[in-house]
Ligand binder design. Structure first.
Ligand SMILES: Nc1ncnc2c1ncn2[C@@H]1O[C@H](COP(=O)(O)OP(=O)(O)OP(=O)(O)O)[C@@H](O)[C@H]1O
Ligand SMILES: [Mg+2]
Length: 321
């Protein structure tokens, strides 16, 4: 975890402090701020460090499968369940389970989650006897769970149970002192991968990076730097090496843009525009793009566009451009 800001310094201090305790920790922050990194840090500084760290993303699991992916199932529990499944809680045995996007856990599964935490046991789907579990339970969310409680989308008792300790990671735009440090680190990383010398950032590029709102936070910055390294062919990254949403000009095709890069860039930009058009509504965006929601979800992840999409199943409109 790279940082220069006091804010992240405090986050890391708190993470190290709570690592020793076995309590649940809720990590909050916008998409791409580094919630999973902080969770890993807690695991690695904890007595459970030699056991597994298992991240699982509730937003990526279809509603009807959440229960079995968390708690497991017996063979034949439902159609399609040919083999028994251990489930995340038992797979992370002795270690740490990170349940990412906990706000996306369907309401009917939430009581089971609470019970797993309170009694340290789970009941696999298709069974009626509980199985003991031994995991440290970390959760993360980019949503406002308190507001979800008020709207009846999240159980209050579960929220109180998971947020014994809350670690909030501020968005990148609120800690500009981290932006250039991270940009240079990513430039170095991708230059090494591409086996070329690491280019420097032109002053006007630094300025643009500092002013961009970074709704996709560190993940978006990583993508921008990877793109810049693909496009630039000199020892200096210039404005027109940046994706067009950052440099404000629709570039003529650069000689160095391979077809795959050009298509990938177009795809990400197009999806971003459609998400803006649908005010972040993924279902609607998927329909307009004529792709499945699962496919859209993968593109959103790959393009670092989570900040432009409303969380799964969220129907309210909320403009963010
Ligand atoms: N301070 C940092 N230093 C280095 N890399 C970082 C930092 N913060 C985030 N990253 C990188 O940015 C990417 C996104 O981080 P991470 O997956 O932890 O975010 P997240 O908050 O869990 O996002 P999401 O809400 O999308 O799940 C990862 O590749 C991570 O390694
Ligand atoms: Mg994450």
């Amino acid at each position: 975890m790279l940082y220069r800001s006091q804010a992240i310094h405090k986050v890391m201090q708190l993470a190290t402090k709570v690592a020793a305790l076995d309590c649940p920790v809720l990590i909050t922050g916008e998409s791409g701020t580094g919630k999973e990194l902080v969770a890993r840090r807690i695991h690695e500084a904890s007595p459970r460090r030699s056991a597994p760290f298992l991240p699982i993303n509730a937003a990526a699991i279809p509603d009807e499968l959440v229960e079995s992916q968390l708690f497991g199932h017996v063979a034949g529990a439902f159609s399609g369940a040919r083999q028994a499944r251990l489930g995340a809680f038992r797979s992370a045995c002795g270690g740490t389970l990170l349940l990412d996007e906990i706000g996306d856990v369907p309401l009917h599964v939430q009581p089971k989650l609470l019970r797993a935490m309170e009694a340290s046991e789970v009941v696999p789907v298709g069974r009626d006897t509980p199985e003991p579990i031994d995991v440290r339970f970390l959760t993360a969310t980019s949503r406002d769970l308190h507001a979800m409680v008020e709207q009846g989308h999240f159980r209050r008792d579960l929220l109180y149970r998971i947020n014994a300790v809350e670690i909030h990671i501020p968005p990148l735009r609120e800690r500009p002192e981290d932006i250039l440090l991270l940009a240079e680190a990513f430039a170095e990383k991708y230059a090494r991968q591409m086996q070329r010398a690491c280019p420097v950032l032109a002053p006007e590029v630094r300025e643009v990076l500092l002013e961009h709102p970074w709704y996709g936070n560190v993940r978006e910055l990583a993508h921008v730097m990877e793109y810049a390294l693909l496009v630039s062919d000199s020892d200096r990254i210039r404005l027109d090496d940046l994706p067009c949403e950052l440099n404000g000009v629709d570039r003529a095709p650069a000689e160095l843009d391979g077809l795959n890069e050009a298509v990938a860039r177009f795809r990400c930009n197009y999806i971003r525009k459609v998400l803006a058009l649908t005010r972040g509504n993924r279902q609607e965006a998927a329909r307009r793009l004529r792709i499945s929601e699962a496919t859209l979800f993968r593109h959103i992840e790959r393009c670092g566009l989570k900040g432009y999409a409303l969380p799964h199943g969220h129907k309210d409109s909320q403009i963010r451009e």
